[in-house]
Design a protein around this ligand. Structure first.
Ligand code: CA
Length: 228
């Protein structure tokens, strides 16, 4: 899974340099140079992490963080000027996850980013988790695992599996699954459900030689805990 990072930095050369390094590491990157624009992007977007310079035009990094924290808990690494002790303390008080001081080595930045992302994924895991035997679906992180192995699902497959797991042991009619997963206004064929059930089975039941997804002939589908 590619994690998405927003670089908020008005020194364009530095921002570009960080962008290239992060992309090289496999992150998706967006940039903002102005505090107000950045806040709007951070509030709207689904970033996994913000890299936030303290000294910005438009709105300071501190103010941006303060406002962002009213609605969002996106991990934030503050970028502070050298020896600005106050910035570090204030930033952490206001909910930054970490800080790094300019000038920094890119390796140190990458390590801090990895740590912040790891910490956050650990915190998010467990909220609303759906499990059945070795199968785990994590709605917050949009991850499905069987044991340690991550199962790559499209978002439709994921939503379908989530709907089934949330209603385990209950038989769901195709129409119910259509409205839960595809939406009430879906106008296509109901056999799209059968197609996606087939995808899920090949990625889970058949792959791991278990049986979670059962067909109830003439009615629909039901998720049952697999027998040990
Ligand atoms: Ca700056």
């Amino acid at each position: 899974m590619e994690e998405k990072i927003l670089i908020i930095e008005d020194e364009e050369k530095l921002a570009r340099f960080i962008e290239l390094e992060l992309e090289h590491e496999g992150y998706r990157v967006e940039k903002a140079t102005d505090g107000r624009d950045a806040l709007a992007m951070a509030e709207r977007g689904d970033y996994d992490l913000l890299l936030l310079d303290v000294m910005l035009p438009g709105m300071s990094g501190m103010e941006l963080l303060r406002r962002l924290r009213r609605t969002k808990q996106t991990p934030v690494i503050m970028v502070t000027a050298r020896d600005a002790v106050m910035d570090k303390v204030t930033g952490l008080d206001m909910g930054a996850d970490d800080y790094i001081t300019k000038p920094f080595e890119i390796e140190e930045l990458l390590a801090r980013i990895r740590a912040a992302l790891r910490k956050r994924s650990g915190a998010a895991a467990g909220e609303g988790l759906l499990t059945s035997g070795k199968l785990t679906l994590d709605p917050a992180r949009h991850i499905v695992r069987y044991g340690e192995e991550e199962i790559s699902l499209t978002s439709r497959e994921f939503d379908l599996l989530q709907a089934l797991m949330e209603n385990r042991s209950l038989v769901l009619r195709r129409e119910q699954l259509l409205s839960k997963v595809w939406g009430y206004d879906y106008m296509g064929e109901t056999n799209v459900v059968d197609v996606y059930i087939r995808y899920l089975r090949s990625k889970i039941d058949e792959k791991f030689d278990v049986k979670y997804i059962h067909t109830v002939r003439g009615v629909g589908y039901v998720f049952r805990d697999a027998e040990a």
